[in-house]
Design a binder for this molecule. Structure first.
Ligand SMILES: N[C@@H](CCC(=O)N[C@@H](CS)C(=O)NCC(=O)O)C(=O)O
Length: 202
């Protein structure tokens, strides 16, 4: 049995929910109560010493970090296009996983934390990182349907949530039409699931 420990409003948790659904995997969701700081309680720290969600367990396996979980699910249960075997193709997917952990987290994710949840941040820095990131994504997606390779991969799943949630961080996506077309493609995948606050086609 797969179990996902999560916050409902977390984009990092959404990455995992989305891939689980796209792969048609059954799982149980355990909602962690952030207000009661359940994620910092001893029982949870045993699963993730950083005290963060998401955490996924699958039988005896426990994995922390959304990107590590995507890698696990894709390799364990997915077709090869989600996480290629060939070295250069695997590296291309990994480039975007690194972008999700760095620029996406420091840009649109931080802006949403600020505007939606009141977290103090360096606004200029987050806006500069976001604007550079969106331009790079726009350039890639103007030429290609997907971030890595010719089919959807975990590169797309890793980057997508905080881009689709960008309007909650007061980011206007209208100047990036190729990004909007890519979000349409992701939302059209069979068994796609969204979450509140995400950009959707009008
Ligand atoms: N690198 C981690 C980041 C996880 C993360 O920041 N989780 C947030 C929710 S989106 C969290 O648990 N925050 C509570 C805290 O850090 O105390 C991942 O990708 O899973």
């Amino acid at each position: 049995m797969i179990t996902l420990y999560e916050f409902a409003l977390s984009g990092n948790c959404h990455k995992v929910r989305l891939l689980l659904s796209l792969l048609g995997l059954d799982y149980q969701s355990i909602a962690i109560n952030g207000g009661e700081r359940q994620h910092k309680a001893e029982a949870f720290i045993e699963k993730n010493p950083f005290g963060q969600v998401p955490v996924l367990t699958d039988g005896e396996v426990t994995i922390r970090d959304s990107l590590a979980i995507l890698v696990y699910l894709a390799r364990q249960y997915g077709d090869e296009h989600w996480l290629p075997n060939q070295a250069a193709a695997l590296a291309e997917v990994t480039e975007w996983l690194a972008t999700a952990a760095n620029e996406v987290a420091l840009g649109p994710n931080r802006l949403r934390l600020h505007y939606k949840f009141g977290r103090p941040i360096d606004l200029d820095d987050a806006e500069r990182i976001t604007s550079n990131l969106l331009s790079i994504l726009q350039a890639r997606l103007k030429q290609h349907d997907w971030l890595a390779g010719a089919q959807a991969s975990i590169a797309d799943i890793a980057v997508y949530p905080y881009i689709a949630l960008a309007p909650e961080g007061k980011i206007d996506l209208a100047p990036y039409p190729a990004l909007i077309a890519w979000m349409h493609r992701i939302q059209a995948l069979p068994a796609y699931v969204g979450m509140p606050g995400m950009w959707t086609a009008k």
